[in-house]
Write a protein that binds this ligand. Structure first.
Ligand code: UD1
Ligand code: CA
Length: 451
């Protein structure tokens, strides 16, 4: 049975107190909406429709940036979750099979749970994801059941006291045959406490038509919806603690797990060691047997086996470290490829560069890659020795086995095997320091006498 996704992301999210649409607030470096899209993608949907409304342009751009094969539709007025799903009707006209509705502000539904819902469709026409909360004051919709059968969903606002006492709550995730879903929605009205078209009403309508409905249950943590900044922070913490645990399960050593922060897509290989206070922004892959030393920040980079990075290193997007590379303290690397065994150990900036195997870059070296308007490339061969405090004014090329003298400003290409010196020649004047100091001291003493 083929599957299609409808992701609702049109809501206001006023409790975030923000100019930014709610679904674009981030956890682990990715918008809430992207987390929902990622979990939905585990079902390998034929078609994914994202319903945007508040901040639609930004929401659509974020959705398409993550997956440009999806379709976006607009809900110009937020008349409720049922109305939002109906906005996807035209986009879903050619969809065959099932449709599963997800919320863009509910980032943590697992692939296993979605698979269980898909499986439940073999025996039920409408499948709803529920969870237990033993608190009659929580404002979720309640699932009214008779035995295994789901009779209807009542919204909290419309529920009686007896219904509010039901522990089984609605997550919002619903699955049905796509054509059936839209047909059921045709009968939904806005005659309720909110004056909205509730998606949840389709269950009662389905039962009245003689269709069956069932509940699949999951843990409340999975269906966590995010409405406030405090909930966002709690969700981030929950994500991080799961990421720490699963990284350790993958055979990675975290010396102080609580101080390491992961992005939604961080990948670290087995037997790597991550020291204290390391931050992974999006787009990082680290191979096996790597050591990331304390206080390093990595983003959009790839670190190969055997490399050691940090402490206090910053790897920015486009950094590619081959095997056994050394990146030391206070080194920043961006858009650069370092060959096997290359070393940049101290206080350097390497940007828009290619550095060959076994090349050693001395302390304080800078690739001067930007002229205020354009970025330029630095190319350094293999087995090169770049002297400390070399300024490589790009575009510039240094050939294999070459050497640059410390403090050089290299503005011209250096051929292989050459020594390049680009600094003022030293002049030494015997006794001149002493004579100068004597003169200055005498002048200062004269001033003091005058006072
Ligand atoms: C909804 C459910 C409730 C469930 C709860 C779980 C309905 C009627 N109620 O309530 O049973 O317990 O979720 O969190 O479905 N949205 C739109 N357009 C709209 C309205 C909402 O796109 O017109 C989107 C929102 O952006 C959000 C999602 O739908 O992502 C849920 O909307 P929200 O208003 O938060 O629903 P709840 O009142 O929480
Ligand atoms: Ca909600």
């Amino acid at each position: 049975m083929s599957m299609n996704l409808i992701i609702l992301a049109a809501g206001q999210g006023s409790r975030m107190n923000s100019e930014r649409p709610k679904v674009l607030h981030e956890i682990a470096g990715a918008p809430l909406l992207v987390h929902a899209m990622k979990s939905g993608a585990s079902l390998e949907p034929e078609k994914t429709v994202v319903v945007a409304g508040v901040g639609a342009e930004q929401v659509e751009a974020a959705a398409l940036k993550w997956d440009d094969s999806i379709t976006t539709v607009r809900q110009d007025e937020q008349n409720g979750t049922g109305h939002a799903v109906l906005c996807a009707r035209a986009a879903m006209a050619d969809a065959i099979g099932d449709a599963l509705v997800l919320y863009g502000d509910t980032p943590f539904i697992t692939p296993e749970t979605l698979a269980a819902m898909q499986a439940a469709r073999t025996y039920a026409d409408v499948v709803v994801l529920g969870f237990d909360v033993h608190d009659p004051t929580v404002r979720y919709g309640r699932l009214v059941t008779t035995g295994e059968a789901l009779d209807k969903i009542v919204e909290f606002k419309d529920a009686t006291e007896a219904e509010r006492a039901i522990p089984l709550c609605n997550s919002g995730v619903i699955c049905a045959d796509a054509a059936t879903l839209f047909s059921l929605l045709d009968d939904v009205t806005n005659d309720n406490a909110s004056g909205e078209y509730y998606l949840t009403d389709i269950v009662g309508i389905a039962r009245a038509r003689g269709l069956s409905a069932a509940v699949v249950k999951c843990d409340e943590a999975e269906t966590l919806g995010i409405n406030t900044k405090a909930e966002l922070a709690r969700a981030e913490a929950a994500f991080q603690s799961r990421a720490r645990a699963s990284t350790q399960d993958d055979g990675v050593t975290l010396i102080a797990p609580d101080t390491v922060h992961f992005a939604h897509d961080t990948y670290i290989g087995r037997d790597s060691i991550i020291e204290q206070n390391v931050i992974f922004a999006p787009g990082v892959t680290v191979e096996s047997d790597v050591r990331i030393r304390a206080f390093s920040h990595l983003e959009g980079c790839h670190v190969s086996r055997g490399s050691i990075v940090g402490p206090y290193a910053r790897l920015r997007p486009g950094t590619e470290l081959s095997e056994d590379v050394r990146i030391g303290n206070f080194v920043e690397v961006k858009g650069a490829m370092l060959g096997e065994g290359a070393k940049v150990n101290h206080l350097s900036y390497i940007g828009d560069a290619e550095i060959g195997a076994r090349t050693n870059v001395g302390a304080g070296t800078i690739t001067c890659n930007y002229d205020g308007y354009f970025k330029h490339q630095t190319t350094i061969g293999a087995d090169v020795f770049i002297g400390s405090n070399t300024m490589l004014v790009a575009p510039v090329t240094v050939g294999d086995n070459a050497l640059t003298g410390s403090g050089s400003v290299i503005t011209e290409d250096v051929p292989a095997d050459a020594l390049a010196l680009g600094r003022a020649k030293q002049a030494t004047k015997p006794g001149l320091a002493k004579r100068l100091k004597d003169k200055l001291r005498a002048a200062k003493d004269a001033l003091k006498k005058d006072e």
